[in-house]
Design a protein around this ligand. Sequence first.
Ligand code: SF4
Length: 229
Amino acid sequence: MDRYSEVTNKNIREIVLLKGSPCVWGKCSFCDYILDNGTHEEEMNALNFEVLGQITGKYKVLEVINSGSCFELPQATLERIKAIIKEKGIEKLFLESHWAYRNRIQEMRDFFGIPITFKIGVETFDEDFRNGYLNKSAHFKSIDELKKYFDSPCMMVGIKGQTKAMIDRDMELVLKHFDHATINVFIDNTTTVKRDEELVQWFIQKYKFLDENPKIEVLYNNTDFGVGD
Ligand code: SF4
């Protein structure tokens, strides 16, 4: 599995995929990447330190992801990231967290002390599809409430049961309200949630223009950032 890469088309940055403890929620119906979680802190730190050792700071921007939220990374890993930020002159971070940690986001911003683009898995602004079918447990009442904590939604498109109208509304809201967003085109995995190929082809055609939008990163494959397997 590749755990270090560089994102070079938009928002140029280094990116690392680290290992954290099990996702606080762990019940999203479409998710099987929690299989990458660990429980032995020493092993996780050893792996994470090795991956973090590859960071050069060449772009001054770093994204750290794990299969869950940044709050699930071991403390020693967080400390090592902080040291590398200082050592390599990193000026901006991208981190991700589930809604459940919203009241600790500021704590993480204070800990690192540099600007952070905080991502959150929203998947869709359709409440029923998000919290019902996808079982996301992200119960924000409005976009304003979401933006009190987070900067950048991660959206999912191309799932059976999702509609074109839902995706149109999601794209409209993302473009209108956020300075950064990631759109993940759903790829079948080991869960029972399935990709809708017709919907995916429709999305790719209709939203081709997003490829030219510097604020929006569309992942047509979940390894498009160069990490994962
Ligand atoms: S919050 Fe993220 S890691 Fe946790 S179950 Fe949902 S999609 Fe998977």
